[in-house]
Ligand binder design. Structure first.
Ligand SMILES: [Zn+2]
Length: 354
């Protein structure tokens, strides 16, 4: 056998291994054998007790006045903005000299912007992940941030204070939302998986957000896609954003690895013993709790996020406070090191053999 044919055989073998691994690793979907009911078979965390999304039952939320959210650099224009069909959703990354950060509210420390993406459904009556009083919305936007004390999104995934996601809902309106015009138009150019393109007209983060950033619900949960890591402080803004049916249709026209992405929302998960808080802006009340943290005697400013040994904070008297409102300890990373990471490593090894 010639050296060349051996090389060809090796290449074919590597391609086959890469295809198999890629198929196994990336094949989560929203229907049938790849659907949410089966995610736990490969990703243990998807069967956890603090999963997202949830239904927010307004008769069971705990009202609380959090300190104001601080939106740092959300009004800055990025140097470039890339939009990509990743086969599961459309994901937008913005290239900033200095990334926007969010802090305040229920958060301990500040969180750096990573990316945003969307979830939607087959028609305008459903599509959001979280629901409010069992009401679904046609689209949901997730702006994802990781804690500034970590170097990257991937590192932050190993800590239960690793991420915060700002979630926004939409409602259908007849008049086109001009801030979404280019985004929805660009969707038509990236209909196939892994296609990507750049925005021509820059927009800011604020341009895409709700008109009211004071009314929100917050709870501790997980990523809503595998590996379903329970590392997310969710902040769901109550006032939805307008969008037209035609603009929503552009999302549904995207194709995934198994045909059109007609829907990409995970069904709601059990709340279990978690508490959902509703922020009551301080301007609306002087008596509720005056912006103190839900845990008595603990103010977010008191927590030294840089200390090596974070103290555990004992839940307070208002009920079982979730880990989101405790200080955070390093989790057992083994439980989060998912098969996905192993698959990625194997795929990279296979690819490197070329
Ligand atoms: Zn999402």
């Amino acid at each position: 056998m010639t050296k060349m044919s051996k090389l060809n055989q090796l290449s074919t073998f590597c391609v086959a291994i890469t295809v198999i691994l890629t198929a196994n690793c990336q094949d989560f979907g929203y229907d049938g054998a790849f659907g949410p009911k089966h995610w736990g078979e490969q990703y243990n965390s998807c069967d956890g007790k603090k999963q997202s999304p949830i239904n927010i039952d307004l008769s069971h939320v705990t009202k609380w006045s959090f300190p104001p959210l601080i939106f740092d650099r959300f009004d800055m224009f990025p140097e470039s903005t890339e939009i990509k069909n990743n086969g599961h959703t459309v994901i937008v990354t913005m290239n900033f000299q200095e990334a926007p950060k969010i802090s305040g509210g229920p958060l301990n420390g500040s969180y750096k912007f990573s990316q945003f993406h969307f979830h939607w459904g087959e028609n305008d009556t459903f599509g959001s992940e979280d629901t409010i009083d069992n009401q679904s919305f046609p689209v949901e936007l997730h702006m994802v941030f990781f804690h500034s004390k970590y170097d990257s999104f991937s590192e932050a995934l190993h800590y239960n204070n690793g991420l915060t996601v700002l979630a926004f809902f939409y409602y259908v309106e007849g008049e086109a939302n001009k801030n979404y015009k280019e985004l929805t138009k660009l969707l038509r150019t990236i209909t196939e998986p892994m296609q990507q393109t750049l925005f021509r007209t820059p927009i800011t983060m604020f341009d895409l957000m709700s008109s009211n950033l004071n009314k929100y619900y917050t709870y501790f949960g997980s990523l809503t896609t595998p590996p379903c890591s329970e590392v997310v402080t969710w902040i769901d803004f109550a006032v939805p954003i307008p969008i037209t049916p035609i603009q929503i249709q552009d999302f549904r026209a995207l194709n995934g690895y198994h045909g059109p992405i007609g829907h990409n929302f995970r069904p709601v998960q059990p709340l279990n013993d978690r508490t959902v808080f509703e922020n009551v802006p301080l301007s609306e009340t002087n008596t509720l709790n005056q912006g103190k943290h839900p845990i008595p005697n603990i103010n977010t400013n008191d927590i030294d996020m840089d200390s090596e040994e974070d103290e555990e904070i004992v839940p307070g008297s208002i009920g079982d406070i979730e880990p989101v409102f405790k200080d955070y300890r390093k989790e057992n990373t083994a439980s989060i090191t998912s098969i996905g990471n192993i698959c990625l490593a194997l795929t990279l090894i296979a690819a490197s053999l070329f």
